[in-house]
Ligand binder design. Structure first.
Ligand SMILES: *Cc1c(COP(=O)(O)O)cnc(C)c1O
Length: 426
């Protein structure tokens, strides 16, 4: 696309945008009486207007039915997890028996490692990005210790080459081959939260398997951001949260993918609870755990219906809009942001803003991570003052994520205008 640095151009793209009407389906925080420019959907997505009624429906059924709501409510709570199956499978490219919505993200990461990190004397290493999200680091570190190993030896952290901002696929694949028969698990973020890099999931999975390791991904920043084909890519497991790109509200439920080849194997060790038990005979309350087939066989507890009601409403929007259409707009929108940042640098006559996210749109989603040459934090604070919601990540990165569901090209243009003005004012 030949982009132009004019308001008219930005507006013309908004007029042609087939997804433009979704913006009205969300609530926006306000700043000085105006909608903020909300570029923080990678951290907490905005509230869909349909969420309130969905939550109220469950409150009403609780009010009217009490415990009978489990079977007699409009959306019987006993079966609540089933209400996500098809749309979740569609969203991540899975078979319906490969997904379940339950618990929260870090909890599920641990549950997956119980099943898929089974270290032996000789094969005990986990590979992760050095710049992975802290919770993921804590999870793998403590899993390693739990099994009696030392993270200093058992945790392999991938670091970009000197002078480079993100990892090269060839280097990841080489590291996997190097650790080969000592590698028990490869567990990376699908999209790295800090750089915004989208990894080559099929290539990493393939080489992990060739080395004899299990391969799992934390898709917190990938789910709802990029089309995924988890089943075809033969990934062993994946986890994600629903409150970032999926707009399901603070602390919203997590999603899990477990490949069918594992889901059909009741012998896989797991930590169990009654909701993972065969559904038809669950209420016979018998001892002796028999897992349900598929990913639901990893469930522990009955569904957290109030939070899940919001997720249900939010997922319906993704189903309607379609991940492919969202992705097409996202490539254009983030491409426009990249172009406009380049224009700001030209205007300033120096590289004041350096984008550390890959330039190749195949290797990124919505987000660009930007480092300001100087005064990054002061600049970020000024953005906030001007009504832009982005986020600051220590030590010096500003993450900006225009999302295709509710952001516009005009907002990207406006963001760049604020950057120029800030600089002019200093
Ligand atoms: C957002 C995020 C988390 C947060 O974990 P919770 O258990 O939902 O609090 C963990 N890992 C990654 C990669 C994230 O992006």
């Amino acid at each position: 696309m030949d982009y132009q640095d004019t308001l008219d151009f930005a507006r013309s793209l908004d007029e042609k945008d087939p997804l433009g009407h979704y913006r009205d389906q969300f609530y926006f925080p306000r700043h000085n009486g105006k909608k903020v420019i909300y570029f923080c959907g990678n951290s907490l997505g905005l509230q869909p207007k349909t969420v309130r009624a969905a939550v109220e429906q469950e409150l009403k059924d609780w009010e009217d039915f009490g415990v009978e709501g489990h079977f007699h409510g409009k959306n019987p709570w006993f079966y609540y997890q089933h209400f996500f199956t098809e749309q979740t499978a569609e969203l991540v490219g899975a078979k319906t028996d490969e997904v379940v919505v339950m618990n929260t993200l870090t909890t599920n990461l641990h549950l997956m490692m119980v099943s898929f990190y089974r270290p032996t004397e000789t094969r005990y290493k986990i590979m992760i990005e050095e710049a992975a999200f802290p919770s993921d680091h804590y999870a793998v570190e403590t899993q390693i210790r739990f099994h009696g190993f030392d993270p200093a030896e058992a945790l392999i952290e991938l670091i970009p080459r000197g002078g480079e901002d993100y990892l090269r696929t060839e280097d990841i694949l080489e590291a996997i081959a190097d650790h080969g028969d000592q590698l028990a698990l490869v567990m990376l973020g699908g999209v790295n939260y800090y750089t915004g890099q989208f990894f080559d999931l099929p290539a990493i999975t393939e080489s992990g398997h060739r080395a004899g390791a299990q391969v799992g991904f934390d898709l917190a920043h990938a789910c709802g951001n990029l089309p995924l084909k988890l089943h075809d890519w033969d990934i062993d497991f994946a986890v994600w949260c629903s409150y970032k790109y999926l707009n399901s509200g603070p602390g919203g439920p997590s999603g899990v993918f477990i490949h069918r080849k594992h889901g059909k194997n009741p012998e896989i060790p797991r930590f169990a609870g009654w909701w993972g038990y065969d559904e038809a005979t669950r209420f016979q309350m018998k001892k002796g755990f028999v897992p349900r087939e598929g990913a639901m066989g990893w469930m522990l507890s009955n569904d957290q219906v109030l939070g899940m009601a919001a997720h249900k409403a939010a997922l319906a929007i993704f189903h309607e809009a379609g991940m492919e259409a969202l992705r097409s707009k996202s490539i254009l929108l983030t491409g426009y942001l990249e172009y406009m940042i380049g224009r700001v640098n030209q205007f300033l006559g120096k590289e004041q803003f350096r984008v550390i996210t890959p330039k190749d749109s195949e290797q990124r989603g919505c987000q660009l991570s930007i480092i300001a040459a100087e005064n990054g934090k002061a600049f970020y604070d000024d953005l906030t003052q001007a009504g832009v919601v982005a986020d600051w990540r220590e030590p010096d990165v500003i993450r900006v994520a225009p999302v295709p569901l509710y952001n516009t090209f005009e907002e990207v243009f406006e963001f760049a205008r604020i950057l120029k003005e800030h600089q002019a004012g200093n």
